[in-house]
Design a protein around this ligand. Structure first.
Ligand SMILES: *Cc1c(COP(=O)(O)O)cnc(C)c1O
Length: 293
């Protein structure tokens, strides 16, 4: 079996906590070494819908290092769908795309200009038996799937849940899946991600008008930017807690959480759960030996 949800654990992180703040992480990265973390949760209900609609092929969009593309290729293979990935930019043989190809995905490279007009691509390739998923799995089914991140292990006693945000689909899911005593915070990994709150709100059911917070100060220069300071932090965190993180999402999340604790952002007696959303396959784009794990 490719994804093993039973491998998820809650790990306490004593070096991040203080006298009166507890910190733990939900290790969804453990479900698979390459196809790790939140993407599997975001995809699960799309796959069910595709099955219901009797589609035999699932198509989506992504960059050459996309966790979403690799996870989609794997999920389709396991569930008997064909998969097609529309990849931004010229032909590229990144480790992620090699993996996707090995998992049976058919790849189409499209120019950065054409990529801006996804509807045109979708029209050009329109096919009755194709089911399309938005880039990054953004959408209501993605959020409902992400809500189930909190159901495998008992997460009900945490006061705060904090996660990394790209499209905000996972954040919306965690808002949906959390209880009324829990505060949900998202750390944006994109620069100028001004539309994020609206993107999240658009995925929440009207009766779930629960508030959430997004923080925009920890993108380290922008999406996938990983200055030496961030790599140092990843190595140092691993030495302290044996938690591997990725350069795009989770390293920025853990760093941000530590900084916020130091700035006394959280009330005393907070019990914080950091969602480790995986993404470790993306580290394969680094030079060898950059990381100690
Ligand atoms: C995609 C991804 C995210 C962001 O998820 P969104 O739902 O797009 O906000 C966070 N962490 C990892 C590891 C991811 O791959």
């Amino acid at each position: 079996m490719l994804f093993d949800i039973n491998k998820i654990t809650i790990q306490q992180l004593s070096s991040l906590g203080t006298e009166n703040i507890k910190v733990s992480t939900l290790r969804t990265d453990l479900i698979h070494p390459i196809v790790s973390g939140n993407k599997w949760f975001k995809l699960r209900f799309y796959l069910e819908e595709a099955k219901r609609l009797k589609c035999n092929t699932i198509a989506s969009f992504g960059g050459a290092y996309s966790n979403h593309i690799v996870a989609l290729a794997a999920a389709c293979k396991i569930n008997g769908f064909k998969s097609v990935g529309f990849i931004r930019g010229e032909m590229n043989n990144s480790p992620s795309l090699q993996e996707a190809k090995a998992l049976g995905m058919q790849l189409h490279f499209i120019s950065r200009d054409a990529y801006k007009y996804k509807e045109v691509v979708m029209q050009e390739f329109a096919h009755n038996e194709w089911f399309w998923i938005n880039e990054g799995g953004y959408g209501i089914n993605g959020a409902l799937g992400a809500a189930t991140i909190l159901t495998d292990k008992d997460c009900s006693s945490f006061s705060h849940i904090i996660c990394a945000c790209g499209t905000g689909t996972m954040l919306a899911g965690l808002v949906i899946g959390s209880n009324e005593n829990q505060l949900v915070t998202g750390i944006s990994v994109l620069k100028n991600n001004i539309g994020l709150n609206d993107m999240v709100t658009a995925l929440l059911p009207l009766q779930k008008n629960k508030s959430f917070t997004t923080i925009h100060d920890y993108h380290f220069g922008g999406y996938a930017k990983h200055p030496a300071e961030l790599i140092d932090y990843m190595n140092q965190l691993f030495k302290r807690e044996q938690v591997p993180t990725d350069i795009v999402y989770t390293s920025k999340l853990f760093y941000a959480t530590e900084q916020l604790i130091k700035q006394q952002y959280f009330n005393p007696n907070s019990n914080i759960l950091i969602i480790h959303s995986g993404g470790l396959q993306g580290n394969r784009s680094l030079a060898p030996r950059s990381l100690v794990f």
